[in-house]
Design a protein around this ligand. Sequence first.
Ligand code: AVJ
Length: 320
Amino acid sequence: ADDCANDQGGGIAAGQSDAERAEISRGLLGSPAQMPPKYLYDTLGSKLFESLCLLPEYYPTRTEAAIFRAHRHDIARAAGPGAVLVDLGAGNCAKAESLFGVLAPRHYVAVDISADFLRDALDRLQSCHPDIRMTALGQDFSQGLHLPQEVPADNRLFFYPGSSLGNFGPDDAHRFLSGLRQSGGRQASLLLGVDLVKEPEVLNAAYDDALGLTAAFNLNLLRNLNRLLKADFDVRDWTHVAFFNEQKSRIEMHLQARRAVLVRWPGSSRRFAEGERIHTESSYKYTRASLAALLESAGWQPTDFWTDPAGWFAVVHART
Ligand code: AVJ
């Protein structure tokens, strides 16, 4: 099934655990079939994601970076000096590093599911910023964050950029933010980057680009499932579908069967009719009001809201 013998996977901690296989199998057998978006991020998937962030249609990454640049002094004022900066989904740590100059954090805690990638990034970063204490945590924090003793309990600033919150549905987002507030300790604050509701044409283009990078990113999930589950998906049987669901205020990504297919994996199988879909990602879009309501319901008081001139993306600061 897997046509690449050297595929290291990455992204997901080397795993292929029973629990992972059970989760994937359950997702494929569901009606409708669905898959947690974390399985999009094997090594190739992470590279495809990095690449699609450069597309003209995919505005979130560069718009957020522009907001950070334009408002860095306001952000620093809101956060206060000497924070314990906790970077959730740090990846290559570039976004946090761009704020080191103004934030002057006392301690930088980088958390990411991709532990090896993170440790390399942090080693590089530490040599450039010898005065900042740094901790790398290889952790899937989506079900709750676990910080070790060495992380001071006061003045924590949780950094959750890139619209990552958008992958949570409303209930999970509320649970996640409440959990952060509870694990925050004294004087915790939050710096959040979220994507905003806008014209469907702009949203649809961002998730169905002309070059087909987002399609490749989505379809690559099937290669990863072949690797993780030893399934026998033929990528050519499937096509990328993405659209803005206005009623649910979310982009949905699906993989749609181009013809009737039978997919097999050890212990089970599933038939898909032509046109049947696997729901692979939801990306929720907020308004200023819906975001404030979510934060407040989870025990966070929004203090600042920064956006770009077009109002496409928002960076929000909140405190407990
Ligand atoms: C990484 C979840 C923020 O929802 O925009 C990009 C992922 N999916 N293009 C997003 C994604 C398709 C991205 N997040």
